[in-house]
Every structure is written in structure tokens, then in C-alpha cells.
Design a protein around this ligand. Structure first.
Ligand code: 5GP
Ligand code: MN
Length: 351
């Protein structure tokens, strides 16, 4: 990663000191990195005796991330889906908004308008390509890094209170940062830089219980999830002649397996383990949209494919987006044809 600007960190510290009401925001369908970085920021601000700090999220976080949310943080998380007016009011009344793990307000779905209208000072801490920098007073943007959690770690470690000593981080923050980095790297399989391993080493030395984190993240899944994964790989996965693997999970299949939010996390990575597969797509029907996850091997841009054909974006080898029904496809049964048509076009014409 490139160096962080120490002046920006001092400016950030000043904004934090001055703020009377702070709101932390992350992206819709929050994942481990989103919740890890957001709750770590929350614990850090609380350790500075900031009283009014709220985490506002567009929709609920998945159950498997519960372990990283302290009781106190749990009380200060407001979910738009459950409490729309409280969420908007919290943003409206705040004088500092800290945005983590997303690059543009539309990634917060129904919080977008409140963020656009907010006159609060805004800070961005993110690792995606092309951040919307004009909207922020301070931008910490770094793409050569594992995760927003790692970037936040780099910032916090340079603040005056932490002063290069990871053991000074609140325990909850250190745990959440380690967990967020672990999920975004798929447990050190992707986007792992020297700085990532340094962070992991520092946090382990500072006493973070990594065994507990791994157990919570990977060894507490429900049987349904594993059975759906088996069905998806054995019966639903298709591999095209271009080396594109795809799995379409329609609403009926998700319902039959009683799949909850976040429980298909990791599915999209599995087809990529096949030698000739260079890109993998997982589609999930969700009302009038289909959520799309894309992963690719080096040399194929998941990000570009998501931007060109799936109304989305992301990182070079890990991106996502959506297909709208009926604008893009008439119904879910057309998803396979859509993928085959446009990934073929992408791999033969757009590269
Ligand atoms: P996932 O497949 O894990 O949901 O997302 C992978 C990456 O793609 C994430 O870094 C996320 O930020 C990005 N991504 C997922 N969905 C969307 C989307 O609808 N729009 C954009 N711009 N990026 C997305
Ligand atoms: Mn992330």
C-alpha cells in the first residue's frame, strides 16, 4: 500500500474530537469487512469517551457476524430496514459521518438520499476502485490492500492515542479488524499483501484470539448451508466453453433450503478451483432483482464484467452487481442464457 498522509490522520482526529454526534455507515448487505471495520471504528470512538456514536446500516447483518458485535455496539446499531425514520434522523442530526468499505453513496441503497443531503463532515475509509471523492472532507482510499479493516487498522495505529502500539486498541476493535480482514481475504487466500500479514502478526501479538475468530467464521455453519452447497455444485453448476462457471439459485431453491442472509458467502469461490475456470458467477433471486457475485482468476476482470453487464462493480477479481426483472431478464429462468451470452461477449470482444 502507499503511505497514509499523516496530516489527514491528524485532521480526522480533530474532526472526531469536535463531533458531538457521529454516525458510522457501511454498505448494503454488510459482510465481515463492512461490519468488522464499522464496529472497530465504533469501539475506538467509544474508547475515546465519545458518547453519541451510532452505526447505521441499510439492512441487517448476517447472524454469523454476531460474535464481533459487543452488547454496547448492538444497542447502537440502527438498521434502516427495521427503523427507517430513526436511521435517516441519525444521519440528519449527526455532525460527523464516517463511511467504511464502500466507494459511493448508492452502495448504501436507501440511505443514499440522507447521505447526499447531510451537511455533516464526511470521512471515507475504503479499498474499492474509483471512490466518489468529491463527497468527502477526508478520503482514505487505498486499493492495494486487503480490506477496509486493514486500512482502518493502518489509520488507527497512527493516531495519537494508539501511537504505534496495537495493544492499546480496544479488544473488540482488534478482534473485529482481524475478523474483517480474514473474511475479505477469504482467510488469506486473496488480496494478501505484506502489510496484511504484518497486521495479522501485530494483532496476534496484541492478544487477539484468532482461533475463536476462525471457529466463529468457519466452523459454526448450519447443515442446510452445506447441503445447499453440495446441491449447487453437483446439480446446478454449469461450465461454459469459455471457462465461465455459474450457479443460479432461484427463490424456490433458497426457500427450500431455508437459506438466511449471508449463508451463501463463499459459494462463488468454489468453482474457481477448477483448472479451466477463469470466472465464476453466483446468482441469487431476490424479489425483482437477482444479486450477482463474480470472482475471477488473474488476467480476467470481474470488475469490468460486473460494470459492463451486471449493473455493478467492485475489485479486479471480486465484484458484484444485480440483474433487474424484467429490465434485464424476463424471469429467473432466463438468467443462464443471459450469463452465457454476455460472458461470451465479454471474454471474446471486450477484453
Ligand atoms: P460480493 O460478491 O461478496 O457480494 O461482492 C464482491 C465485491 O463486489 C464487493 O467488494 C462489493 O463491494 C462489490 N459489489 C457487490 N455488489 C455490488 C453492486 O451491486 N454494485 C457495486 N458497484 N459493487 C458491488
Ligand atoms: Mn471490503
Amino acid at each position: 500500500m502507499n503511505g497514509l498522509n499523516i496530516k489527514d490522520i491528524r485532521k480526522f482526529e480533530t474532526l472526531v474530537q469536535k463531533a458531538s454526534k457521529t454516525v458510522i455507515v457501511t454498505h448494503m448487505k454488510p459482510d465481515g469487512d463492512a461490519m468488522g471495520s464499522s464496529t472497530a471504528m465504533y469501539s475506538f470512538l467509544k474508547s475515546l469517551d465519545k458518547e453519541d456514536v451510532r452505526v447505521v446500516i441499510p439492512d441487517p447483518y448476517p447472524d454469523y457476524l454476531d460474535f464481533m458485535i459487543s452488547e454496547e455496539a448492538g444497542r447502537d446499531i440502527i438498521t434502516y430496514e427495521d427503523m427507517p425514520s430513526e436511521s435517516v434522523a441519525a444521519i440528519k442530526e449527526s455532525d460527523l459521518v464516517i463511511c467504511l468499505d464502500f466507494n459511493a453513496f448508492h452502495r448504501t441503497d436507501r440511505l443514499e438520499q440522507a447521505l447526499e443531503e447531510s451537511e455533516a463532515a464526511k470521512v471515507l475509509i475504503d479499498h474499492h476502485l474509483s471512490p466518489d471523492t468529491d463527497k468527502f472532507s477526508i478520503v482514505f482510499s487505498e486499493t492495494e490492500i486487503s480490506s477496509a479493516s486493514e486500512l482502518l487498522y493502518r489509520i488507527l495505529i497512527r493516531t495519537s492515542v494508539i501511537d504505534g502500539k496495537p495493544e492499546r486498541l480496544p479488544k473488540e476493535a482488534a478482534t473485529a479488524l482481524m475478523a474483517g480482514m480474514t473474511t475479505d481475504t477469504n482467510n488469506f487466500a486473496n488480496s494478501t499483501y505484506p502489510s496484511t500479514l504484518n497486521m495479522a502478526s501485530d494483532l496476534l501479538s496484541a492478544g487477539v484470539d484468532r482461533d475463536m475468530i476462525i471457529y466463529e467464521l468457519y466452523n459454526r455453519q448450519r447443515e442446510n448451508r452445506l447441503r445447499l452447497l453440495g446441491h449447487a455444485l453437483a446439480d446446478l453448476m454449469k461450465i461454459t466453453e469459455d471457462g465461465v462457471a455459474y450457479i443460479v439459485l432461484d427463490a424456490e431453491t433458497l426457500k427450500r433450503h431455508d437459506i438466511r442472509e449471508g449463508e451463501t458467502e463463499g459459494f462463488v469461490n468454489m468453482p474457481l478451483t477448477v483448472d479451466d475456470v477463469r470466472m465464476s458467477l453466483l446468482l441469487k433471486e431476490d424479489g425483482d432483482r437477482v444479486r450477482v457475485s463474480i470472482r475471477s482468476k488473474k488476467g480476467t476482470s470481474a470488475n469490468l464484467c460486473a460494470r459492463l453487464y451486471f449493473n455493478g462493480g467492485g475489485h479486479e477479481n471480486a465484484a458484484g452487481g444485480k440483474l433487474y426483472i424484467p429490465e434485464n431478464i424476463k424471469d429467473i429462468s432466463e438468467a443462464g442464457n443471459y450469463i452465457e451470452l454476455y460472458t461470451h461477449k465479454f471474454l471474446t470482444e471486450d477484453k
